[in-house]
Design a protein around this ligand. Structure first.
Ligand code: GLN
Ligand code: ZN
Length: 763
């Protein structure tokens, strides 16, 4: 019999009740016992939903108190030394200490889970001897069975993926680490087997990326060990987010099932099966329902795909699955009240996807006729969306086709426009500036609330914003900054702000997804053709400029960042969406220039996040991402200075693309990147203006002048002093008033010292 299976279910709850419980516990409002009870209710609720829908293989142990990678580390007793953990069950205080930091010890780092916007806590392998602190999958399995009669499928992160995601992991020590971890894994699996567990899902997403030949060899050792120790357990070796890089090797492993993603990496996976064949002793976990997108699945197409797979594998050896955990999509679309009907009807969040899985499973078992109604509803919904006026802005499509057929270039190359800009702006050596936002105080947030609720008129709110700008323009002048900003007081979020003003976007009421820990985000939905409607930032920028004789930088979010932080339509390519955004933002750039703003910053912090997992696809992505940025900025006059900003540190491997964006000045985060970025400038010279962040804005600590001097000196060893700017790492939105002023004063002092010290080199 064909079965349906889910790889993981969102933990946050339809009303973010999980987030609320965590935060109540952290603030002391919820006692530990009550907290456990509350989370159990939430967890069982999620299992019940999947049971009610009729999912055959329901995941357990996918739930977490914070993050599944942290859970895995805690289960193995891999606790950073600084938390003074002495073995045994990991107390919540230690668990949350690692995630969030304590008074005595800093938190572990977090980083993005492959190419998603989910951030996991990076395990630290700092020498502590691993030991099994609890068989978590077993506990979860028992709970589901006892409370709900569910025969759950425990989900575990596989050893190879776990090690590769850890900090302090050295390839040379892999064997030593596996030797320590394997006995713990096998104990878990043995106990599961004894308990009568049918299926376990072992996630090895790292197998969609390139690993060493030695690692491929280790894969065999690992799964042979598992098979020898727990021979009656059915292991589903699960990959996702791309096609499996080692399909052929996977087919030779003694596992019962191979789980592949047939949404992201579909063609690669099908090609592998066709060429290599699918082993007769295994079942195929066919991930056909997108665990990352928010759209209804085209059921007829999915059935065709399943038919093709059935032809290759035989139908009774298929398990119909989500392509990855549903963690990456919101919980349910059913409560949305404010969306256009053609949009709402075409959405499929986690709960709707459960239903799609069940419907497809039914069709594969009983034939298409069994789901005739569902097919019809689905086709109507998708047709209505495709015919929506929002998706058919002919003028926009034509204009974007026209401009994207041309190479977007500035009128003069940097070497020639740079002297013209110098001449116009007369900036001192090492100009100082900030990244855009200033502290969003409680007062600012409250004002926005009052305006949103209608308690304040638009004019009252605008007046309030102008007053904030007044205060900060004065402060910036007094501190002695050279290039000012208006402060972004009118923006909650750098993507939402533009999404709300551009056509083609929608905002859900409840479409939250977990970003990290209890932090959830509600990404905008780009569902139509993006169009510029009216100037979005001109008024505030112009106002700020009217208050000072120093230049004020206009401040926009770039096309790639807006796209990467949104859910997007799937009927056109991401490249096309990026060009539509670029075309719309170009009109804003031109409006700012028209209004007399001669420096314009287009932020692109999220460029790297969109980098494809497969190396072979990366160059193409970077090429169109760069092109989109250039489309946004290329029409300005020679003397108009285009700035950009990037953060989240890992840019050292794409300096060429950054240079190709051709921004006159880039400000980039450095203080957390441990010199890697600076090192990459030793290897190739950067020929445009560049400001390396001289202090970390993620901490309230006021940096000392000498610390910044050291950063500046180090940067000037590899960068041209004539092109060097001085700025903080990122926007100052989350910082306090006093500490911001003190930090910036110190930054200006360090700059003055640097000017005196490096004057000769620069002339
Ligand atoms: N201009 C934005 C700010 O200062 C940039 C934020 C970011 O890079 N994440 O807030
Ligand atoms: Zn930033």
């Amino acid at each position: 019999m064909v079965k349906s299976s889910v790889l993981g279910y969102p933990r946050i709850g339809a009303d973010r009740e999980w987030k609320k419980a965590l935060e109540a516990f952290w603030s002391g409002k919820l006692k530990e016992e009550e907290f456990h009870a509350r989370l159990q209710d939430i967890r069982l609720g999620h299992l019940r939903k999947q049971q009610a829908q009729g999912i055959d293989l329901i995941p357990v142990n996918d739930f977490s108190y914070y993050d599944q990678v942290l859970d895995t580390a805690a289960m193995f007793g891999i606790i950073p030394k600084r938390f003074a953990y002495e073995g045994g069950a990991v107390p919540l205080s230690v668990y949350y200490g690692i995630a969030r930091g304590t008074k005595e010890a800093t938190a572990s780092e977090m980083t993005k889970w492959f190419n998603t916007n989910y951030h996991y806590i990076v395990p630290e392998l700092d020498g502590a001897e691993p030991a099994l602190t609890e068989n978590k999958p077993l506990t979860a399995y028992r709970e589901a069975k006892e409370k709900l009669g569910i025969e759950g499928k425990p989900v575990i992160i596989g050893p190879l993926t776990f090690l590769k995601l850890s900090k302090g992991y050295k390839a040379s020590e892999t064997d030593a680490w596996l030797e320590r971890l394997l006995p713990l894994y096998t104990r878990i699996l043995k106990e599961l087997e004894q308990e009568g567990v049918q299926w376990v899902q072992i996630d090895e997403p790292v197998l969609v990326t390139k690993v060493s030949a030695a690692d491929v060899q280790r894969l065999t050792t690992v799964y042979e060990t598992f098979a020898a120790e727990a021979p009656n357990l059915n292991i589903m070796l699960q990959t996702y987010f791309e096609s499996a890089e080692y399909y052929s090797e996977m087919t030779r492993l003694p596992v019962k099932g191979i789980g592949l993603d047939f949404v992201h990496g579909c063609s690669g996976n099908i090609k592998s099966i066709r060429e290599i064949g699918f082993p007769a002793d295994k079942v195929l976990g066919a991930g056909v329902i997108d665990g990352r997108g928010i759209w209804k699945a085209p059921l007829r197409e999915k059935l065709e795909l399943l038919e093709e797979l059935a032809g290759l594998v035989t139908a009774d050896r298929l398990i119909i699955q989500s392509s990855c955990s549903l963690l990456h999509v919101p919980v349910t679309a059913k409560n949305e009240r404010k969306l256009l009907p053609e949009l709402k009807n075409a959405l499929s969040f986690a709960d709707e996807k459960l239903n799609e899985l069940v419907v497809l499973t039914k069709a594969v078992s009983l034939g298409q006729n069994a789901i005739a109604d569902e097919l019809e509803t689905c086709e109507c919904a998708l047709l209505a969306l495709s015919q929506s006026g929002e998706r058919n802005r002919g003028g926009i499509q034509q204009a974007v086709a026209n401009i994207s057929a041309q190479q977007p270039v500035r009128h003069l190359p940097f070497a020639e426009r740079h002297p013209l800009q110098q001449n116009k702006w007369q900036l001192p050596l090492f100009p100082t500036t900030t990244i855009g936002s200033f502290p969003q105080s409680a007062e600012v947030r409250k004002a926005r609330q009052q305006w949103r609720k209608g308690e304040w008129s638009g004019e009252t709110y605008a007046q309030f914003i102008r007053e904030q700008i007044d205060v900060w323009v004065k402060l910036q002048e007094e501190i002695g900054l050279d290039v000012l900003v208006h402060g972004e007081f009118e923006r909650t979020d750098m993507v939402e702000f533009f999404g709300e003003k551009l056509a083609g976007f929608a905002f859900t009421q409840f479409g939250w997804v977990q970003s990290y820990g209890s932090r959830c985000v509600k990404p905008p939905v780009i569902f139509g053709d993006v169009a510029f409607e009216e100037a979005m930032t001109v008024e505030e920028t112009k106002y700020a400029q009217s208050k000072t004789s120093r230049p004020v930088k206009g401040m926009l979010t770039g096309p790639i960042t807006i796209m990467n932080w949104s859910f997007v339509r799937e009927d056109i390519s991401r490249e096309q969406i990026a060009y539509q955004l670029a075309y719309a933002l170009r009109q804003e750039v031109e409006a700012l220039e028209q209004a007399g703003i001669g420096m314009i910053q287009v932020d692109e912090p999220a460029v790297r996040e969109g980098l494809p997992l497969k190396e072979k696809d990366q160059a193409e992505y970077l090429a169109w991402a760069v092109k989109a940025f250039r489309m946004t900025t290329c029409t300005v006059q020679d003397t108009t200075q285009i700035h950009t900003h990037m953060c989240y540190c890992e840019f050292h491997d794409m300096i060429d693309s950054i240079e190709a964006m051709d921004a006159d000045v880039i400000s980039i985060e450095t203080s957390r990147s441990h010199g890697e970025l600076i090192h990459s400038f030793e290897l190739n010279t950067y020929k445009l203006g560049i400001g390396l962040g001289v202090y970390d804005i993620h901490s309230p600590r006021v940096p000392r002048v000498e610390e910044m001097t050291a950063m500046i000196d180090r940067a000037l060893r590899v960068l041209d002093p004539k092109l060097f700017w001085i700025n903080p790492d990122c926007g100052l939105k989350t910082r306090g008033y006093e500490e911001t002023i003190d930090s910036l004063r110190n930054m200006v002092e360090a700059t003055q010292a640097a000017r005196a010290k490096h004057y000769a080199e620069a002339h």
